[in-house]
Design a protein around this ligand. Sequence first.
Ligand SMILES: [Zn+2]
Length: 302
Amino acid sequence: MILKSRTESDELLKMRSLNTRMELTQEEKFHYFTLEKGYEGEVEFDRMTEGLQEERYIINDLLLKIKNSYFQLDTTLVSQEVIRLLDVKNFEGDFCFEKDRFYAVKSGREYKNPIIQLSKCASQFRQLLHDLKLHYLVEATVIFINPEFTLYNAQVDHPIILPNQVNRFLKSINDTSSKLNDGHKKLAQQLISLHQTKNPFTQVPNYQYGQLKKEVYCKFCRSFLVTLHNHLLVCGKCGGHETVEDAILRNVREFQLLFPERKITSTNIYEWCNVDLSKRTFCRVLKKNFTAVGKTSDSYYI
Ligand SMILES: [Zn+2]
């Protein structure tokens, strides 16, 4: 049973938007693609765990804090006998472990060693359980999910699951019976209540309103070649279409995410969308979906 589902993080949504609306540096682009790929892998893994039988709680995307340090858990799987902390990695290509180093063979680029990272998280998690006076067995595993991933120098005792082992790993979990009691329920509720919403790990580059391209882009392929045809915005590149209202609301959400300090006014959103629609259309859509504050021309919406 999924108790906490996964959604795209604000960091990913911001980076996606910035990548469309401004020129990112190579390093920023790399960071953005890593986030996109990581999320894709997690969603793929979620799809695979959906089929788990028996009584188990699945808690996705937990950000917990102990003393003053934060740690993130991709998937926490609570079963009768054990709590599994699963870190899903979607690396693609040839990678190698060499002592504590973990790197891509072709580019030589070094990454944070996922085993060390996860083992640190697991120890923080055990500490947290200890503080909560809860006693459960905790097992941590790194799941490499991408079928195009190869790992050199993996040791048999490394807590990792390679792509061609994922199905067997899930099957072995599935084959173990599990009954949950009130203690497990309380534990899961406590973990969810301890989830931190402000993530200190995010790395979004600095951006200014003036730097960003202000126009409506296609929801599907992110091209700016969007034109208006009978109340629909149609993409000249992929042919995808969206109603005017949906497109405006999508842009309001993006504007809010990137500029939480700016007010939602028809003028601001009109300027942000910069599309062949009258200001009256913006007013109508905002009025319908938000609550207006103030009645004059400088009213804004919440
Ligand atoms: Zn398109």
